[in-house]
Design a protein around this ligand. Structure first.
Ligand code: ADP
Ligand code: TRP
Length: 323
């Protein structure tokens, strides 16, 4: 039995890149009967960059609705809001006192954010320690994350081993990052990596008309309808092939090469594929978002289970520390 844990920050509606790159692979891992999975909404982390309360509430609901819309099994596993188990903040303080300052100062993601953001707050600096507490509070062993988070996992392992060594006890499990080489990097509508920071994302939950508008705005070159086109350099084809069956991909590829097949045709096919592929998830997501009581109920079930584990763990940590 392995305990899998991962968090997604609540800063917007999960986009196609988040869904294909993080949500679906994590759900697949959770379906293995040998695993139990703890998936949470990192709403405390989101406060480092997002201060607006109503935006946070909406985005927490939309991240939870996304996990539920893709059938995350909440009977076998846990879905919860990080902030509802405030024990994580107490553990963060303890871990802070075992975290060397230079280790945080040298973290890539802190350097990157402090170059980019105007609000460089202390929360951004201690972000990896809260992340370590997220993981260690629940004795998680495997943490599926994108490559950008691997250094944060190294920091968590470092903190855990320093703590264990100091008290000569295995208080914390050393967690392992799980990055999947096969997980695709989903391109955005401009061909760069899809990201909310680049505003180039596809929100698959949009109403049909708006979704179509976004798909139609995918950037292409100026080739005429008749000309042969290179599928491998086309943003439309590169998104389509991540969703299509092998037969569908082969067909669009040959249409591109053959010519007399315009980007408009390809975009329409992509739009229709998104609608059909995600029909069930779109319906479920919109149902949940129009009545957030069900989301609330699901989250509270997870939070009640998470709280018991967190309290037990903190009891042990406090006694080791002499508090
Ligand atoms: P964003 O870049 O939109 O801010 P995050 O950094 O919050 O997204 O990422 C949340 C999760 O989604 C991470 O696990 C990340 O690896 C994954 N992810 C984000 N963008 C993509 C993408 N374009 N392709 C694949 N996975 C992605
Ligand atoms: N920092 C992660 C991200 O931005 C989100 C996160 C917070 C997380 N706590 C975590 C991921 C614990 C894994 C484990 O993607």
């Amino acid at each position: 039995m392995s305990r899998i844990l991962t968090g997604i920050q609540s800063t917007n509606i999960p986009h196609l890149g988040n869904i294909l790159g993080a949500v679906l692979p994590a759900i697949q891992l959770s379906e293995d009967p040998k695993n139990d999975s703890f998936f949470f909404i990192a709403d405390l982390h989101s406060l480092t960059t997002q201060k607006e309360a109503q935006q946070r509430i909406n985005s927490v609901n939309s991240v939870a609705a996304t996990w539920l819309a893709f059938d995350f099994n909440t009977e076998k596993n846990l879905l919860y809001r990080q902030s509802r188990i405030p024990e994580v903040c107490e553990l963060t303080w303890y871990l802070n006192c075992f975290t060397p300052f230079p280790m945080l100062a040298n973290a890539h993601s802190f350097k990157d954010k402090s170059d980019r953001l105007s609000d460089v707050n202390a929360g951004l600096f201690t972000y990896p320690v809260l992340m370590a507490a997220d993981i260690m509070l629940y004795d998680a062993e495997i943490v599926p994350v994108g490559k950008d988070q691997v250094q944060h996992l190294e920091i968590a392992r470092d903190i855990a081993s320093k703590f264990n060594a100091h008290y000569e006890q295995d208080v914390f499990i050393l967690p392992q990052a799980k990055t999947d080489e096969n997980v695709m990097i989903v391109p955005g509508i401009d061909g760069q990596k899809m990201s909310k920071s680049y505003n180039n994302f596809i929100n698959i939950f949009l109403p049909e008309k708006e979704l179509k508008k976004v798909v139609m705005s995918i950037v292409t070159d100026a080739k005429t309808l008749e000309e042969s086109k290179n599928p491998d350099t086309s943003n439309v084809f590169n998104i389509y092939r991540l969703l299509a069956s092998p037969d569908q991909s082969v067909e669009m590829r040959s249409n591109f090469i053959k010519g007399s097949y315009g980007y408009g045709h390809a975009k329409t096919e992509l739009y229709e594929l998104i609608l059909s592929k995600f029909a069930k998830a779109r319906n479920r997501y919109n149902e949940l978002m129009s009545d957030t009581h069900i989301i609330e109920k699901e989250l509270q079930i997870g939070e009640n289970k998470a709280r018991i584990i967190a309290r037990d763990k903190l009891k042990l940590v406090r006694s080791v520390l002499g508090f």
